[in-house]
Design a protein around this ligand. Sequence first.
Ligand code: ZN
Length: 181
Amino acid sequence: MEKCNQPDKITDNVVVSMMYTLKVDGEILDSCEENDPLLYLHGHENIIPGLERELAGLSIGATKNVIVKPQDGYGEFKPDAFKEIPRSEFPQDFPLEIGVELEFDEEDEENEENEPYFGTIVAVDEALVRVDLNHPLSGKDLNFDVKIVDLRYPTEDELCHGHVHLDEHYEGEDFGEEDCE
Ligand code: ZN
């Protein structure tokens, strides 16, 4: 049975429900559990641009393989995107271990827009902690297999906020009514 008032293909401002598998270097990094598709609002940069662009126009049931190059994914690997921080700047009980993720929010040369950014500890010695500011998937081709499982129109709130409201997200967010006009 056909649903009333359902978009017939992916355009801006359509909520897309899809299953996907992400492979990098031939290895599966991420995939949806059955019955647990990813939902996103198309046209609002909720997912990486190289994938979003390739999904436009697909209908329910469509499958597609999409290869996303670094410049449309998580960026090129930058050999100079490392930072060394004196150990003394970390709290005493901080877990200074390789692989630990750090969030930075200070304004500096890496951060002209003053947005929080992330890094991963790659080395620790007596004086310094070396942090890689590259995204772990920078420089990688992302190989997505997607299947579109449902399409719907967004609610007014979703459209205003520019993202999908799952229950747990909606409850927790501090998005004031006054922001929605
Ligand atoms: Zn919201």
